[in-house]
Design a protein around this ligand. Structure first.
Ligand code: UN1
Length: 509
């Protein structure tokens, strides 16, 4: 990335990491951001101090009183401007996502497109924050429910979607009348600085108060400040199940609300009637896209024994075609893992697969030599395993695809698919209507996302996104996910001159 491109995104050589609106604070320790693509230091960001955090929250507290009084469609107009700006900056922001996080440029652009899409969705939503009207059991009474802003929403995000997950939360929260405080992953702080720069300039040019949108940077400690903070009624956290459990416990202790989008262990069932070509494309993209670092990445393929060998051979052949290298070069399918720690987890997983008796079909290794100096490029792996292996039950954020054989009926495959702790995304490749409907029925997939003849990753923003069990139960982005960002109030109005009580109770004085 050129310094001109970084400048267009508000990133200077040594950047500030804490900001409320356009005001930046600069006391904290420096956090360095390295690109996994080439190992180079991109820039440094200042971590938020406790004192600065207080300032940020105080600004948010002030801003929320003004923001919630602005009519929702007018709030939508601000989000519309955000979408417009993102359209303009899509190539350069997509490039930064690719450079700082390591996903392919195409996927970086895709991520910014998701931001644009959620802005469009939120603009429409700003005129549709509907409640119900309910027929009262009492004569001359009207009853309805309505939704009010919650206040401040804390957003904690992971490195793998360094900009989109913020926008799914922020775009909805903003039209709902909330203000947002964002703690991005310490692995991708520059993407966050860029987003903050974009939104704060929009707020400033619309003469809106500082503090409608802020960022705080740092490690888990900063996340803890947010989780403990009673001034933050909702904490939306994306990341590992371990992190989510910590956040949920701390937030629940103060009876706050949390919206959790945590780990997945996503499987595709490949039934005897599956279209093989579609299956291979869906599985390979699902497993190696973003180098296997999406929560929706395909981790397991549950294949019927009658087609197992055929699918296995096609997959191994397909893996030979995968080009690994600089994600900004569109020739390459797969970029690096995020950092050396992720590489270590990948290598550990390979050892565990072998130790448990798995059969590795395509050799896993860390690539070296020209272009691979960062040490973060690895070969994607396919391994034959059993579903019950501890390593298979665990979500490894790496391009490792497990092949599991099933015998018998689709129910047997569904039992394997559900036989893990996580419940985010799932899919079946089948041309049998009976199998597809069973998979989608109450006796089918137990995941938040269940697809037919589509892979597990690449969900559209229009649907509610999230999952069950260890995935945390939260729903973000589309459908009626907005409701969690608001507080519901039931109103009953009596327009008579008598006071009939509900439940038929008589109380005469
Ligand atoms: C994530 O990995 O945190 O379905 C989210 C997808 C994306 C979202 C992934 N829309 O792959």
């Amino acid at each position: 990335m050129t310094s001109k491109e970084l400048k267009a995104l508000g990133i200077e050589a040594e950047n500030l990491g804490t900001s409320t609106g356009t005001k930046w604070f600069a006391k904290g320790e420096l956090l360095e951001s390295y690109s996994p693509t080439n190992g180079k230091l991109i820039a440094k960001v200042k971590c938020t101090t406790r004192k600065e955090y207080e300032k940020v929250i105080q600004e948010a507290e002030k801003a929320k009183l003004i923001w919630r009084d602005i009519p929702a469609p007018k709030r939508g107009e601000i989000v519309r401007q955000l979408g417009e700006k993102l359209r303009e900056l899509k190539p350069v922001l997509g490039k930064l996502v690719s450079y700082e996080m390591g996903k392919s440029y195409q996927e970086g652009l895709g991520e910014v497109q998701e931001m644009i899409d959620i802005c469009d969705f939120a603009v429409g939503l700003s005129r549709q924050l509907y409640g119900n009207t309910i027929h009262s059991e009492r004569p001359g009474h009207r009853m309805y429910d309505q939704y009010h802003p919650l206040g401040t929403v804390g957003i904690i995000t992971a490195f793998n979607f360094p900009v989109a997950v913020w926008s799914w939360n922020a775009a909805l929260a903003l039209v709902c009348g909330d203000v947002v405080v964002w703690k991005p992953s310490e692995k991708t702080p520059l993407c966050a600085v860029a987003c903050q720069h974009i939104i704060s300039e929009i707020l400033k040019s619309n003469k809106l108060p500082e503090g409608i949108s802020s960022i705080v940077t740092g490690d888990a400690e900063v996340g803890k400040w947010i989780s403990e903070d009673e001034r933050i009624p909702l904490v939306s956290a994306t990341g590992s199940t371990r992190m989510g459990k910590e956040v949920a416990t701390v937030v629940a202790k103060r009876l706050g609300k949390s919206l959790l989008e945590l780990g997945g262990n996503n499987a595709i069932i490949v039934s005897p009637s599956a279209d093989l070509k579609m299956t291979i494309i869906g599985a390979v993209f699902g497993a190696v896209g973003t180098a296997g670092q999406r929560c929706t990445s395909t981790r397991r393929l549950i294949i019927h024994e009658s087609i197992y060998d055929k699918v296995k051979k096609s997959l191994v052949d397909a893996y030979k075609q995968i080009k690994i290298g600089d994600p900004l070069d569109s020739q390459n399918h797969m970029g690096p893992l995020i950092d050396n720690q992720a590489v270590k987890m990948y290598l550990d997983a390979l050892e565990k697969i072998k130790a448990e008796g798995g059969n590795i079909l395509t050799k896993g290794e860390v690539l070296t030599g020209k272009g691979f100096e960062s040490g973060c490029y690895v070969r994607p792996v396919i391994a034959e395993v059993e579903n019950h292996y501890a390593i298979v039950q665990h979500e490894t954020f790496a391009p490792i695809l497990y092949l599991i054989k099933y015998k018998g009926e689709v129910n047997d495959a569904i039992a394997l698919q559900n036989g893990v702790k996580q419940g985010l995304s799932s899919a079946i490749m089948t041309n049998s209507l009976r199998e597809a409907e069973l998979f989608l029925s109450q006796n089918g997939s137990d995941c938040g996302i269940a697809n037919v003849n589509i892979g597990t990753s690449g969900a559209e923003i229009g649907g509610a996104f999230g999952g069950e069990k260890d995935t945390g139960g939260g729903r973000e982005s589309g459908s009626d996910a907005w409701k969690v960002y608001m507080r519901r109030q039931t109103n009953t109005i009596n327009y008579t001159s008598s006071l009939p009580l509900a439940q038929g109770i008589k109380f005469d004085l």
